[in-house]
Design a protein around this ligand. Structure first.
Ligand code: PHE
Length: 343
């Protein structure tokens, strides 16, 4: 009988030492399994006489019950501590300060766009916005860009396949992604009376892609039309703009003769910093010119009475010079390591 007692004692002890459910089930087999200690003892009953068998049987059954209930208790205890451990691991301390959301920033191109608008608005320019899908007429024809001009080729321009618009003259004309902001000169001028003072910033598209060209880029168009607006006004207005944009009065500007079908005469505007990494170098910054009389006529104005200038400047170019960026594609890669530097 002391045998039975020691089996129970041993079982209880081993149960409490089992640290994990799987281990506990193994220990259980040692006592209650087919060849477990208690099972063996029960098998031994058959060798006893009737009276003894009854007493011993009752004792063994009581022992079995104690072992089973100890096993059950240990099972519950292990399950509970597993749950507790998981809860502890997944605990959420609601009193901790929040991690916060990453703060967004304004894209360097948007920032440049805003600065340009601010500067020109402060000297009385209106700001206009227009369609990025343009008709052939506004993008080319109205701007004196002849049928055989290379810019009109498929190599340079994104045409919208299978889509045409009905032109003013009733003819169907191709639609394309505007290759410059200059069509906005025509659209705006046809909707407003002279004098006209406007800038039109926006997205433009050309079949072009390398470190300094992207198929989508931004320009800002400027147009000032009155009775006697000349190159001198252009030089004054544009130089003021650049000095304010780059925040330095020491910046110089020069005009270099050039050609655009929609201006006559035409010029490239170059600028030069007096200090900084690019000091002393002439940097091309804009196309410009006196608006061609034919284009003024397409504005719906009389070229004998209205004249003025236009310019078209790349926003990326301005942003690259201002921030010292050498690869234009960085603007559009969406890489936060680059973009977050402009916050
Ligand atoms: N539209 C021209 C270009 O994209 C730039 C320009 C605008 C030149 C206005 C002269 C006048 O290259």
């Amino acid at each position: 009988m002391s045998d039975v007692e020691s089996i129970v004692k041993e079982a209880l002890e081993q149960f409490s030492r089992a640290g994990a459910p799987a281990e506990l089930e193994q220990v259980k087999a040692r006592f209650l399994g087919r060849s477990g200690a208690l099972t063996e003892a029960l098998k031994g009953l058959s060798r006893l006489g009737t009276g003894e068998r009854r007493a011993a049987g009752a004792l063994l059954n009581a022992a079995k019950e104690r072992i089973e209930s100890a096993l059950e208790a240990r099972r519950r205890a292990l399950a509970e501590s597993a749950t507790e451990a998981r809860l502890r691991e997944e605990a959420l301390d609601v009193t901790l300060p929040g991690r916060g959301r990453g703060r967004g920033g304004i894209h360097p191109i948007s920032r440049t766009w805003e600065r340009i608008e601010e500067i020109f608005a402060s000297v009385g320019f209106d700001i206009a916005d227009g369609p990025e899908i343009e008709t052939d007429w506004y993008n080319f024809t109205a701007l004196n860009q002849p049928e055989n001009h290379p810019a009109r080729s498929m190599h340079d321009t994104f045409y919208i396949e299978g889509m045409h618009a009905l032109g003013a003259d009733g003819r169907s004309e191709p639609l394309l992604l505007r290759t410059h902001t200059s069509p906005m000169q025509v659209r705006y001028a046809r909707m407003h009376e002279a004098p006209i003072r406007v800038i039109a910033p926006g997205r433009t598209y050309r079949v072009d892609s390398d470190a300094t060209h992207s198929p989508m880029f931004h320009q800002v168009e400027g147009l000032w039309i009155d009775e006697d607006i000349s190159f001198a006004d252009l030089k004054g207005a544009y130089t003021d703009f650049l000095r304010r944009f780059f925040e330095t009065d020491a910046l110089q500007v020069r005009f270099r003769p050039s050609f655009f079908p929609f201006t006559e005469p035409s010029a490239e505007i170059d600028m030069m910093f007096a200090s900084g990494p690019k000091r002393g170098q002439w940097l091309e910054i804009s196309g410009a010119g006196q608006v061609h009389p034919d284009v003024v006529r397409n504005f719906g104005l009389d070229p004998e009475r209205s004249m003025g200038f236009a310019f078209g400047t790349g926003l990326e170019r301005l942003a690259m010079l201002r921030y010292g960026i050498t690869d234009l594609r960085l603007f559009f890669d969406g890489d936060l390591r680059f973009l977050s530097q402009f916050d």
